[in-house]
Unconditional design. Structure first.
Lengths: 117, 114
């Protein structure tokens, strides 16, 4: 079965510092991976996705993620944090297991990012 | 704004009651997905419809049901509500079905069962 694990339920950084949010996946087939952001009292917004093209994926708001098959990782980074980046971030894998005809997402538990002034 | 709309935004009801949550997908999207977000379970997939037909089923209770209508909007029906059903329910839509399709999420319906 496919799954994702997000390391760290809460990450705190200073404004201007590097943001690193960790995500490891488990999949027996080539995965399709996504990062979503959820601001308070809002729905989820797609930051970026990996669908087996370039391993370094650039997303919105200056975020990027690198797919590393050898490490089964898809960590999210941003060179310089901004106060507006404070939110909850979710890593997800699309369920492409045999017998699944849909495209359901399997989410990690989420990482709450705090940005200190 | 993702283009996915959900009504109502908030719903407060009592145990044993039945409620209906409504979702309108983005224009042109054929797939609708329902997810439940709770503190203890996180984000869990419930069910997917594609062009009016059920495509995939997840951890959806028998007390819950859904359908997608010819105009592609979808409804999630929750019956015999229990305290543990209190959660945020999200609808998402995508153009087609399949692993690479981007799912666009609505703002959610917050259900409180008292």
């Amino acid at each position: 079965a496919q799954s994702v694990t997000q390391l760290g339920s809460h990450v705190s950084v200073s404004e201007g510092a590097l943001v690193l949010l960790r995500c490891n996946y488990s999949s027996s087939v080539p995965p399709y991976l996504f990062w979503y952001v959820q601001y308070p009292n809002q729905g989820l917004q797609l930051l970026l996705k990996y669908t087996s093209a370039a391993t370094l994926v650039k997303g919105i708001n200056g975020f990027e993620a690198e797919f590393k098959k050898s490490e089964t990782s898809f960590h999210l980074t941003k060179p310089s944090a901004h106060m507006s980046d404070a939110a909850e971030y979710f890593c997800a894998v699309s369920d492409t297991s045999r017998g699944n005809q849909g495209g359901k997402l399997i989410f990690g538990q989420g990482t709450e990012l705090s940005v200190k002034p | 704004d993702s283009g996915v709309t959900q009504t109502p935004k908030h719903l407060i009801t009592a145990t044993g009651q039945r409620v209906t949550l409504r979702c309108s997908p983005r224009s042109g999207d054929l797939s609708v997905y329902w997810y439940q977000q709770s503190l203890d379970q996180g984000l869990q997939f419930l069910i997917q419809y594609y062009n009016g037909e059920e495509r995939a089923k997840g951890n959806i209770l028998e007390r819950f049901s859904a359908q997608q209508f010819p105009d592609l909007h979808s409804e999630l029906n929750l019956s015999s509500l229990e305290l543990g059903d209190s959660a945020l329910y999200f609808c998402a839509s995508s153009a087609r079905t399949g692993g690479t399709d981007t799912q666009y999420f609505g703002p959610g319906t917050r259900l409180t069962v008292l």
